[in-house]
Write a protein that binds this ligand. Sequence first.
Ligand code: SAM
Length: 287
Amino acid sequence: MVRSPKYIENSQGTLWLTEDERDHLKISYRIKDILHEETSPYQHVMVLDSHDFGPMLVLDGVVQTTSMDGYIYNEMIAHVPLSVHPHPRNVLIIGGGDCGAANEAAKYERVERIDLVEIDEAVVRASKRYMPEVSGGLSDPRVRYHYEDGVKFVQQAAAEYDVIIVDSSDPVGPAKQLFEFDFYQNVHRALKEDGLMVCQSQSPIFHADVMLKSYERIGRLFPHRKLYTTVVPTYPGGLWSFTIGSKRALPAPESIRFDKKARYANEEILRQCFALPTFLQEMLKNQ
Ligand code: SAM
C-alpha cells in the first residue's frame, strides 16, 4: 500500500520516488518498499528501500543519503576538516542526523567530544534503525546528542570548538538559516582562535547561486577559505561542493596526512579534492 501519495507514485505496480528539482528537473528512483514513514514536527521522514541505492533517507521528498553512496559524502565532509586541523579535540556537527559524519569523526582518537545538534530526533532514530551502513549504529560515548535548532545552539555556544561541521539539508525549511550570514557569524564565534568550519555548499552545477553566497559570506568572516568537491551519485549533477572557513592558514594539500580506515577517502583524495575544475575557478575568482 502506498502511504505517501505525495511523494511516491505507483506506476503500473512499480513504486517510484520522484525528486522535484526546482520544477524543471525530475529525478526518479524505483522503490522496493517503504521501510519507515512518519511526519515529525519538522518534516516528512521516510526510509525507502530502493533498487539501486538500498535503504535511503528521504526528508520532505528529497533524498538525503543512501546506504550505497552515503559514505562518500560523510567521509568527505568529516575527514577533510579533521585532517587539515592540527589537533581537533572538540567537534560540533550541526544537522547530520543520519549520524554518518559523527561516525567518521569518532574514528579520531584525539577527538574528545562530538556535539551533534540535530533539530529532528526522528531522523536519528530512523537512520540508526534502518541505515546502519551510514550511521554505523553510532553509540560512541564521546557523542552527545542535542535535539535542538542548530541556529539557536551556536548563538549560545562558548568559543570551545576546534572544528564545526555544518551537515545541513538543502536551504529550505529549518535548514534555510544554516546558509545565512548571521549563522556563519555565530559559528565563527563558537570556534577557538585556531578553529575551522566546513559546510556542504551544494551543487556547483545546479545551485551555483547558493554555493557562491556561502563562499562569499564565509570569506567575509574567515581570513582563510577553500572550496573542495567530491562526486555523490545521488545528488543532482553528481558534483558536490564543500566550503572550509578557517581562522588560521590551511596547510598545503601535499602535507595532509590520513591514516583512517575509510571506503572513499585516502591521502591522495584528501590532497587532490582542493583541485578545482576551470569553470569553478572562474566562478570563485571575484568572490
Ligand atoms: N547529507 C545530507 C545532504 O546534503 O542532503 C544532509 C545530512 S542530514 C540528513 C541533514 C539534517 O539537517 C537533517 O536531518 C535535518 O533535520 C537537519 N537540520 C535541518 N535544519 C536544521 C537546523 N536548523 N538545526 C539542526 N538540524 C537541522
